[in-house]
Design a binder for this molecule. Structure first.
Ligand code: PBG
Length: 331
């Protein structure tokens, strides 16, 4: 804390007097190195298609992916997070397609790694692949069975690592998944595959547009993820989750959603001092974009929102606005 001096010795407006001086005293910055672009790839799609609830974001067929990758590289973004939209006929109650070495996401990973220097992040969770839209498998009562889900998630992570993913990102919130995945990766020689754990992932209604984008909302119906994702009311529990994931072998931890959870980002970063990412999720992006498109808010709110993540302590942000913001930053 700086010593407080009395007016007029201290006039805080002095350092706000010109734009140059404001830049000199800026405590936080947003750069393209802070941004990760999520990408939706869709099976059997020729070209691209829009997503109603995610303005300016598209689903890409594999034949349209190279152009998007070129754009991201041109914007000097360093990483992408890839999410698959699976052919409904391939979905079943165990998410079997998730461990197919030639599935859509593995093809996309190989294609991106072949054509670019980008780091590729791939989610570990069964929801794009299950007929019921849950992240794990169900027991006879419809409860997501933790220990039955683990081996499938471990195999999924291994499949992604084999395909060339730089980071596997468990977003399923099963207990013990980080240790199980880490053990398998070590055993199979993937010693440098990073585990980016969605450690503090809340059971949030802000994921709505994402579930539309990967068409898991129809499968999930009125079902909720409250028995595995965290309660919106809790923060001590978030620290507990993060602590366990670090001890189990996570390299990077993530808080999700972002803007309504800046307190969580700050606590996690201050407590553990490990690389901490935040996800500006689909609903956050959608609400800002909708207001911008209506002329109710100016475009700068996106930058303001992302800079607030940096102020809270995030090292990096997954945001649908990555390309758009990079294009502004690079001007
Ligand atoms: C899958 C997953 C979800 C998101 C990322 N990975 C949705 C969910 O948990 O239902 C949400 C991302 C977003 O809303 O942008 N487990």
């Amino acid at each position: 804390m700086t010593a407080s001096r009395k007016f007029p010795n201290s006039r805080l407006r002095r350092t706000r007097f010109t734009s140059a001086i404001r830049s000199l005293v800026a405590e936080n910055h947003l750069t393209v190195d802070d941004l990760i672009q999520p990408i939706f790839v869709k099976e059997g799609l020729d070209g691209i298609e829009g997503i109603d609830s995610l303005p300016e974001i598209n689903r890409f067929g594999l034949n349209a992916l190279d152009d998007e990758i070129a754009r991201i590289q041109e914007n000097k973004i360093k990483a992408v997070a890839i999410f698959p939209v699976i052919d409904p006929v391939k979905k079943d109650d165990r998410g079997t397609e998730s461990t197919n070495e030639n599935n859509l996401v593995c093809e996309a990973i190989r294609q991106i790694k072949k054509n670019s220097e980008l780091a590729v992040i791939a989610d570990v969770a069964l929801d794009p692949y299950t007929s019921h839209g849950h992240d794990g498998v169900l027991d006879s009562k419809g409860y997501v069975d933790n220990d039955e889900s683990l081996p499938i998630l471990v195999n999924q992570a291994l499949t992604l690592a084999k395909a060339g993913a730089d980071m596997v990102a468990p977003s399923d919130m099963m207990d013990g998944r980080i240790a199980s995945i880490r053990n398998m990766l070590e055993e199979k020689g993937f010693v440098n595959t990073i585990i980016l754990s969605y450690a503090a992932k809340y059971s949030s209604k802000f994921y709505g547009p994402f579930r539309d984008a990967v068409s898991s909302s129809a499968s999930l119906g009125s079902g909720s993820k409250d028995t595995y994702q965290m309660s919106v009311a809790n923060i001590d529990e978030a620290l507990h989750e993060v602590k366990m994931d670090i001890e189990e072998g996570a390299d990077i931890v993530m808080v999700k959603p972002g803007l309504p959870y800046l307190d969580v980002i700050k606590s996690v970063k201050e407590t553990f001092k490990v690389p901490t990412f935040a996800y500006q999720v689909s609903g956050e992006y959608a609400m800002l974009k909708a207001a911008i498109q209506n002329g109710w808010l100016s475009e700068e709110v996106m930058m303001e929102s992302l800079l607030s993540f940096k102020r809270a302590g995030a090292d990096c942000i997954l945001t649908y606005a990555a390309n758009q913001i990079a294009e502004t930053l690079n001007k």
